[in-house]
Design a protein around this ligand. Structure first.
Ligand code: GLA
Length: 382
């Protein structure tokens, strides 16, 4: 906290009024199902974004991030919140989203961000940034917004103003996380249930790979799913059960769209099965479903890469690991593995050594604590 206060003071020469923390997320299973009206099973993690903020008199919004300190303070006049093609477009887009939702922000403010989430690693640093901004705006301007509305504002900001057609999973997980639990979310209705995950360990491994075309490839996948919907004459792929899909799949005349659609329908069912397995304490079944999810993402959805495949196979060969898969949008980023708590240390050293030998890179590895959703932290001035 002290570091946030002194950081804020150094940059803005004033005291912050409030602080918050918004977590990143890891998705356990249910990949590329959210924008297809299906289920996802993410959890908020202990890594995330801290923010200190204060209102100011001038009609100007200023942002500073320790992660992009070389870019200095980025300022937007309140009356012209146009994109500047930089990281601060994410938080400023949340203001634009809230304006569009009927919550005009009528005075200036300063925001200072500090993050321990690796940027661009598929752990939702953008969603955490958006949700942190929303939590601060709600407090500073006394806006009557629920956590879910903050998540929706973040998604709207990204879809409308950033140009990434993401689903709701990341912002929802950051806003709605619960200690020790994953969230089974129906991305169509937004109904959700918390599923405890306490007796096994989750470990994230960052491949260190970032695909520069990830955003456009993501939008391509969405378009392929929409094309499949049109051929099947359904509004969302996840409205079909596996059996219905197999009966009607002949209507999809394009081979790529067929593969994409098959992944989505199968993954939706796997997610429901996995949540049930977790409730039954059946980690071994849960692990098998994770492994199957990876194969489908690799072969049918084609969003994996050599490094992720290597990490997943490696993890699956470590005794005590129940299952492993790539997590998030793909094209690089992280894997997530579920394992018995007593093998975490041996898993970490096995992965580190093998990855270094194969790719000459040391991967960042994070044993995960499942965390609560975004919230204000201790206040300085009330
Ligand atoms: C990104 C998006 C999410 C989701 C995943 C893939 O993280 O932001 O909405 O679509 O990819 O499951």
């Amino acid at each position: 906290m002290n570091q946030l206060i002194s950081g804020f003071q150094n940059v803005f020469h004033d005291l912050p009024e409030a602080f918050c923390f918004a977590p990143g997320r890891v998705n356990l299973i249910g990949e590329h199902t959210d924008y297809n009206g299906g289920h996802v099973l993410p959890c908020a993690i202990h890594l995330g974004i801290r923010c200190a903020a204060a209102r100011r008199q001038e009609r100007i919004i200023r942002f500073f991030s320790e992660s992009f300190s070389d870019q200095g303070v980025i300022a937007y006049p309140l009356d012209r919140l146009m994109a500047k093609e930089c990281w601060a477009d994410y938080p400023v887009s949340v203001i634009r989203a809230l304006n569009a939702f009927g919550y005009p922000i009528n005075s200036g403010a300063d925001f200072y961000f500090s993050s321990d989430l690796p940027d661009g690693a598929g752990l939702s640093s953008s969603a955490a940034l958006e949700v942190a901004t929303g939590v601060m705006l709600r407090y500073l301007f006394s806006l009557p917004l629920t956590q879910q509305e903050l998540a929706l504002a973040g998604q709207f900001a990204e879809n409308r103003f950033i140009g990434v057609n993401c689903g709701i999973m990341d912002q929802f997980a950051s806003a709605m996380g619960k200690n020790g639990h994953a969230i089974l979310l129906n991305a169509h209705t937004l109904s959700y249930a918390y599923v405890p995950l306490e007796k096994a360990a989750l470990v994230i491994v960052n491949s260190g790979i970032r695909h520069s075309l990830a955003a456009s490839a993501y939008n391509d996948r969405r378009r392929e799913c929409e094309a499949a919907c049109r051929m099947l004459k359904v509004s969302a792929l996840c409205s079909l059960s596996r059996e219905e899909f197999e009966r009607r799949s002949g209507k999809i005349t394009d081979a790529t769209c067929l593969k994409r659609a098959r992944h989505v329908v199968d993954e939706n069912q796997r997610t429901l099965d996995a949540a049930q397995a977790l409730l039954n304490g059946d980690f071994s079944l849960f692990g098998q479903l994770m492994n199957a999810s990876h194969v489908s993402l690799r072969d049918d959805y084609e969003v994996s890469c050599e490094e992720l495949d290597f990490l997943v196979e490696l993890a699956q060969g470590v005794p005590g690991v129940y299952g492993s898969r790539m997590t998030g949008g793909g094209f690089g980023g992280c894997t997530v593995s579920l394992m018995s708590s007593d093998v975490v240390e041996s898993f970490i050293s096995a992965v580190r050594t093998a990855y270094r030998q194969r790719f000459h890179m040391t991967p960042a590895i994070y044993p995960v604590t499942l965390s609560a959703g975004a919230a204000l932290t201790e206040r300085v001035v009330d």
